[in-house]
Design a binder for this molecule. Structure first.
Ligand code: APR
Length: 242
């Protein structure tokens, strides 16, 4: 059982979080409940095709997730990562697959939402309108707002088949990290699922944190079994300088 993972003065930490880190805040993960929403598979709702076919259904899905997220608070896993960032500064990089705002609300700042953000929207057309903060709920086609260009406003979320955000920055952080920790992710969706291979190739130590052994456990140096909210506080040790 891995307890204190020591972070040396020259170590650079890359944290990849998934839905499991928000599970103890009450947000459902994608695959623990079979990845179903109202009988739909997430892959059926979170796609450009679903948007073309039935924008109302897509906005009802994201409005439900906005409603759920507004009721949740960060849990001790989010706070432990925000504390680690305060101690490590620019030697810490947090890449999350999650679109909820719980990392920010726990105090994380050096954070990248590679799959977008639940409380941001943008125009469906490439008209130059930047993405913007939006916490409104849209439950019918008539409520879906229009951009000045005439395009419909869509969630600022990376759908299946779309390219995640800031991959160049992610890959450069992966190349220079000395430790990659994957927390609360099933490792089933690429490109995030491939980060551990890339980190290993650049010689980093790889750590998996989650309640069940992942299918790809063999490629991790350390597998820490447990809930993120219970395991993360105190998992990483930073020896005092001097
Ligand atoms: N602490 C840590 N891990 C947990 C906890 C917990 N309390 N509860 C569940 N888990 C683990 C599960 O064992 C599972 O491995 O979290 C993981 C959640 O996996 P998924 O539901 O597949 O979520 P994630 O890996 O983030 O999905 C990746 O898929 O649907 C797309 O874009 C969506 O970002 C998402 C991506």
């Amino acid at each position: 059982m891995v307890t204190g993972i020591e972070i040396g003065r020259r170590d650079r930490l890359f944290l990849l979080t998934g839905a499991g880190v928000s599970a103890e805040s009450g947000l459902p993960t994608f695959r623990d409940n079979g990845g179903l929403w109202n009988g739909y598979r997430v892959e059926e709702v979170a796609t450009p095709g679903a948007w073309t076919e039935d924008a109302e259904k897509v906005w009802r899905f994201y409005s439900m997730r906005r409603r759920d997220a507004l009721k949740c608070q960060p849990n001790s896993a989010h706070y432990a990562l925000a504390e680690l960032e305060r101690e490590l500064g620019e030697r810490f990089f947090l890449c999350t697959q999650n679109v909820d705002p719980l990392h920010e609300r726990a105090g994380s700042k050096r954070l990248l939402h590679m799959h977008g953000e639940l409380f941001r929207s943008r125009c469906e057309a490439d008209c130059g309108l930047p993405d913007f903060f939006d916490d409104k709920l849209y439950e019918s086609a008539a409520e879906i707002p229009r951009c000045e260009c005439g395009g419909r406003i869509r969630p600022h979320i990376v759908w299946f088949g779309e390219i995640p955000f800031e991959m160049d920055r992610i890959y450069s952080e992966l190349d220079r990290c000395t430790m990659l920790a994957v927390i609360g992710s099933s490792g089933t969706v690429y490109p995030a699922a491939g980060f551990v291979d890339q980190a290993r190739r650049s010689g980093a130590r790889t750590v998996y944190i989650g309640p069940e052994r992942p299918l790809n456990a063999a490629i991790f140096n350390d597998v820490v079994l447990g809930k993120a909210g219970e395991v993360l506080p105190g998992l990483f040790r930073i020896p005092k300088a001097g």
